[in-house]
Ligand binder design. Structure first.
Ligand SMILES: Nc1ncnc2c1ncn2[C@@H]1O[C@H](COP(=O)(O)OP(=O)(O)O)[C@@H](O)[C@H]1O
Ligand SMILES: [Mg+2]
Length: 104
């Protein structure tokens, strides 16, 4: 049976900020619900840690990161820090979001 999603205070806050700014970075300890909450609001999801696709995603992050950002918005990029180990810096991620006019 699928687990029931329990709405949190952060859900309304996230909805509000997604209307105002182009990118939201969700930070918190492991298992606190970052992915689950983000999934409620995302229209597309990229899981960088997906073992079947991880290597391809990381190569793409180095070669043409804008490809990873393509998808219906808001787009969730889960475990995005994985790409840092492969040279894609946060600043670069945000620059790409800006270039793509990532407004929602
Ligand atoms: N709002 C919520 N309602 C119900 N279950 C939740 C909620 N948020 C998280 N969980 C559950 O808690 C566990 C950890 O959540 P997860 O999103 O994977 O955490 P994180 O991404 O921060 O490591 C999962 O089993 C998830 O189903
Ligand atoms: Mg997670």
């Amino acid at each position: 049976m699928a687990k029931k999603y329990l709405k949190r205070i952060f859900d309304d806050e996230l909805e509000e900020v997604l209307d105002m700014i182009g990118a939201v970075l969700i930070v918190g300890p492991k298992w606190c619900g970052k992915t689950t909450t983000a999934e409620q609001h995302a229209k597309s999801v990229l899981k960088l840690q997906d073992p079947d696709n991880r290597e391809n995603y990381l190569k793409t992050a180095d070669i043409k990161p804008s490809l990873l950002l393509k998808g219906e918005k808001p787009r969730l990029i889960d475990e995005w820090q994985v790409a840092l180990y492969y040279g894609m810096q946060l600043e670069q991620v945000l620059m790409n979001l800006k270039e793509m006019d990532y407004t929602s």
